[in-house]
Design a protein around this ligand. Structure first.
Ligand code: GRG
Length: 287
């Protein structure tokens, strides 16, 4: 990861932290500490996409802050709920105890629910134009619903008699992981009131690559670096890109998708280099 890309990711995390610190929703309630805990320790990749997509269209990082914080809230909610005993039953997330281990299950459910509400509050209470608020809100509601559908398909697959086909894995994983990444990539164009198609195409391919990279990391990763339990897919006998295409096949497929994502940026000049670097990061990341 280049120093420049690392700095851009750190900037995204800092923008989100500042928005959250200034947000009244995090200073009045009994699950505030749990919500803040869930927002800490991630890479901030989705916020990075929002901020750099916005920057490409002339909006600065402060302007994009509310949308960047909103997507990190939805992402954090999904991780809290995914770790619960009724789902993946995990003890470790981002190298720390999962939220229900640190607090309890009720707090984890409620903190996730509240983070989802805060995401929409952040967009609707922002300084964005009304039409941008509507587009961002509607698209985020759809993306969050798609994520839930993907999670439901994933859980159903574990109980099914036959493993999923490649096409079913693609659909499930695109919904579970890709939908939020797609929203993040196109949000900057919506904020700026420009055509979101190139960034949407970029986000679509990037979201697919991100989940394949996650499947690969589950097999080849190091728990000390990922900060979460690995080899879960194989232990659960789950069909993934790796189980269906083999490790090399999955790596090649992810690389093709990253090339597709970068191609979608061809109408942009060097100002899109941070997004090109993000695409390469997706397949080289170790956590
Ligand atoms: C429970 C509603 C609900 C949804 C769960 C997101 C999700 C759906 C499940 C989490 C498990 C998983 C493998 C999701 C794939 C998405 C993914 C790669 C999450 C991790 O995202 P990163 O790498 O994590 O951006 P950090 O910690 O950096 O934020």
């Amino acid at each position: 990861m280049s120093a420049e890309f690392q700095a851009a990711m750190a900037e995204a995390r800092s923008v989100v932290a500042n928005v959250i610190d200034a947000q009244p929703a995090f200073s009045h309630g009994p699950v505030d500490d749990a919500m803040r805990y869930a927002l800490e320790g991630g890479k901030g990749f989705r916020a990075f996409l929002v901020i750099n997509g916005a920057r490409l269209h002339g909006a600065d990082h402060q302007y994009a802050g509310h949308a960047a914080a909103a997507i990190e809230c939805i992402h954090a909610y999904s991780l809290i709920h995914d770790d619960l005993p009724c789902m993946d039953d995990d003890d470790l997330r981002r190298g720390r105890p999962t939220l229900h281990r640190k607090w309890d299950e009720a707090t984890a459910v409620l903190a996730g629910d509240a983070l989802q509400s805060v995401a929409f509050e952040l967009i609707l209470s922002s300084h964005y134009d009304d039409w941008a608020k509507v587009a961002l809100t509607e698209n985020l509601a759809i993306a969050a619903r798609h994520m839930v559908h993907g999670q439901a398909l994933d859980i159903a697959a574990e109980k099914a008699d036959a493993p999923l086909t490649l096409q079913q894995v693609e659909e499930c994983q695109f919904l579970k992981t890709g939908a939020l990444i797609r929203w993040s990539a196109s949000a900057g164009a919506l904020l700026a009131g420009t055509d979101p198609l190139p960034l949407d195409t970029y986000g679509l391919a990037l979201g697919r690559a991100y989940q394949i990279a996650d499947d690969i990391l589950d097999v080849t990763g190091d728990e000390a670096k990922t900060g979460k339990r690995l080899h879960k897919d194989a232990d659960a006998g789950k069909a993934t890109f790796v189980s269906l295409l083999g490790l090399k096949g999955a790596q090649d497929h992810a690389r093709d998708l990253v090339a597709e994502a970068i191609d979608a940026l061809c109408t942009y000049d060097a100002r899109a280099d941070s997004l090109r670097a993000a695409a390469n990061f997706v397949i080289s990341r170790e956590h």
